[in-house]
Design a protein around this ligand. Structure first.
Ligand code: GDP
Ligand code: MN
Length: 392
């Protein structure tokens, strides 16, 4: 789960990481009321969307009076902000963050990421803050300092100091930097994050560190332990079909292809997507129906697939282990009474009672296309798709 910058900064404050003074606003008059008591000469207005690169897209504006803050907010709210990270359709701006502007001396990148190959959280830092870190990693990897941390032991001051030395910070900055890095790791660990990033962590002209930007991603599997974090979820920022799926306990990720997939089991769902690609097409989604593939799940999965305009054919791939294929077949058959399925459906059943299930589907009266094995299923669905889109 992602949250907004203004929410991440509240958490930073709670963990002792310095952030600029300011507050969130949903209208130009609210923004004025946030700006005025700050009593400074320069303000920053920042669009709150779940995407970075706002600086490049016009989503970060520096202005010089509360009135100008109001004007900047008026020009930002309600627009679809396009940044290098949003895609061409952009993201709707519904909130802004208004802050005192900071006089920047230098910008540092600081993050805690999860390195899956090492199976460890890693402290990652660079003097090239404010820039696209992927670009820094690709072009000048020597400018990135990495310090792997033991998940059981956590972070020690010497880990953070090593990073400070790697960045060649002045000796007077080592102690404040160490404190921020340790607090950042504490936040990452205590709140079950998958990523915490400050880009940029700035050194101000008066010699203090301030987190100018804040990005936090949470591990969804840990959210049940943090009701107050779960409450920060902003549904406006999420794919509507993914919200619908999560309400029905279906794991679903929308993708760009035309073949809708309905599979039981995450691993099998991944394999199904792979073989569709191998056969020359693209999956429209990842979908794991989980929960024993009951009728209700199948109905909901079909509803999700049919709500995606891109889906031109469906591939159902079920492996009957604990769940029996004849039960699934019954579920698919019944689902047809509840959902208007307007595209060809290829079904592959394997495992417990596969023969019974397949026979039920063949006799159901619906024009299901029964496949024999995963490769056959993928070949058939790709061929149908090509036929539907006017190919040979
Ligand atoms: P992002 O582009 O979405 O990552 O948004 P950031 O919060 O990182 O802001 C982008 C850039 O705007 C920063 O790298 C800074 O260069 C600039 N910026 C943001 N806030 C301030 C500020 O208070 N003072 C100054 N001088 N620049 C700022
Ligand atoms: Mn940033």
């Amino acid at each position: 789960m992602k949250i907004h910058e203004y929410q991440a900064k509240e958490l930073f404050k709670r963990f002792g990481i310095p952030v600029p003074k300011g507050g969130v606003a949903e209208s130009s008059w609210e923004a004025y009321d946030v700006a005025r008591p700050l009593a400074v000469d320069s303000f920053v207005v920042k669009a709150q969307i779940h995407a970075g690169g706002r600086g490049k897209g016009g989503g970060v504006k520096i202005v010089h009076s509360p009135d100008e803050v109001s004007q900047a907010v008026d020009s930002m709210l309600g627009i679809r902000l396009v940044t290098p990270q949003t895609g061409p359709e952009g993201k709707l701006v519904m909130k802004v963050l208004v802050e005192e502007a900071v006089a920047i001396s230098s910008e540092i990148y600081l993050a805690v990421i999860l390195d899956r190959s090492q199976r460890k959280p890693v402290l990652m830092a660079s003097r090239s803050g404010g820039m696209d870190i992927e670009e820094v990693a690709a072009k000048t990897p020597e400018k990135i300092v990495l310090e792997a941390l033991d998940p059981m032991l956590g972070i020690s001051a010497f880990n953070a100091r090593k990073v400070a030395f790697g960045l060649e910070l002045g000796s007077e900055l080592v102690r404040p930097f160490t404190k921020i890095a340790m607090n950042l790791f504490r936040l990452f660990s205590e709140l079950d994050c998958s990523l915490v990033e400050i880009n940029p962590l700035v050194l101000t002209e008066s010699g203090d560190f301030v987190a100018l930007d804040a990005k936090i991603n949470f591990d969804d599997n840990g959210l049940y332990r943090h009701a107050n974090i779960k409450a920060l979820r902003d549904f406006h920022e999420e794919e509507p079909l993914e919200i619908l799926a999560s309400r029905h306990n279906i794991d679903y990720v929308k993708l760009d292809g035309e073949i809708g997939c309905m599979v039981n089991g995450a691993g099998l769902a991944m394999a199904t997507m792979d073989i569709i690609k191998e056969c020359g097409s693209m999956p429209a989604n990842f979908l794991d129906i989980k929960g024993g593939a009951k009728t209700e799940n199948v109905v909901n999965a079909f509803k999700i697939l049919m709500s995606d305009q891109n889906v031109k054919a469906v591939l159902i791939n079920i492996f009957g282990g604990i769940v029996k294929c004849d039960m699934v077949a019954q579920g698919i058959d019944e689902a047809m009474n509840h959902v208007d399925v307007s595209v060809p459906v290829v079904i592959r059943l394997e495992g417990t009672n596969a023969a019974e299930g397949t026979q039920m589907l063949a006799q159901s009266g619906y024009p299901f296309i029964i496949a024999n094995g995963l490769k056959d299923a993928a070949d058939k669905v790709v061929a149908l798709l090509q036929k539907a889109s006017g190919g040979s």
